[in-house]
Design a protein around this ligand. Structure first.
Ligand code: URA
Length: 210
């Protein structure tokens, strides 16, 4: 993947995203739409996966058939909102390995602090797809990618639903080698670090908390 930022402008993705953005969309509908969109985004983020062939036997004859090459990929959910994207992607790639990164924001320093980190073995040999619906300030995304690189990951992609120009710039500066795939590049961040027009707090909307 050569582009640093890919916006998936498929009509189904854009239509579902509009439904998700609307404040009247209930929790169950929001979750269902997120699941559907994440499958479509997963299709895009895996478009250039490396392939090899293996010899199989159909009822008619032998053939060299295409299969994915290398180790199974690793999906990394950045807690907690990442879990909403993870579910849909896993449905499309059920054999993927899964890891979790938990970060919270220290209210004094405003810096992300790690509270959980568990990833599959042999990260250096896998395509690693980090998922988090909102690339807002980019602080937690950059910190999560730092941790993934420390664990050995070399081939990382970042999958999100919405991105802000500020978050994309921050990621490009810190991790220019990590392509970002998103459904929309929104206008800006507000003074509380929320994406506008955005969709509000993704975690609250998908889990029904407030
Ligand atoms: N996290 C969210 O859930 N929403 C935003 O707009 C920004 C960060």
């Amino acid at each position: 993947m050569s582009e640093h930022l890919t916006i998936v402008d498929h009509p189904l993705v854009q239509h579902k995203l509009t439904l998700m953005r609307q404040e009247g969309t209930p929790t169950a509908g929001f979750r269902q739409l997120l699941r559907e969109i994440s499958q479509l985004l997963a299709y895009e983020v895996t478009r250039e996966l490396e392939m090899t062939t293996k010899t199989i036997t159909t009822p008619m004859q032998d053939m060299d058939a295409p299969v994915l090459a290398g180790k199974k990929l690793a999906l990394i959910s950045i807690l907690r909102a990442g879990n909403g994207l993870l579910d849909g992607v896993l449905e499309l790639i059920p054999s993927a390995r899964v890891g979790f990164v938990g970060l919270y924001r220290d209210e004094e320093t405003l810096q992300p602090v790690q509270y959980y980190f568990k990833v599959p073995e042999a990260m250096e040999d896998r395509l690693v797809i980090a998922v988090d619906p909102m690339l807002a300030t980019g602080n937690s995304s950059v910190a999560a990618i730092d941790l993934l690189k420390k664990s050995g990951a070399k081939n990382i992609r970042f999958l999100c639903l919405l991105a802000s120009p500020e978050g994309v710039a921050r990621m490009k500066e810190a991790h220019p080698d990590v392509p970002i795939i998103t459904a929309s590049l929104d206008e800006k961040l507000n003074d509380k670090g929320y994406i506008v027009p955005g969709l509000g707090d993704a975690g609250d909307r998908m889990f029904g908390t407030k």
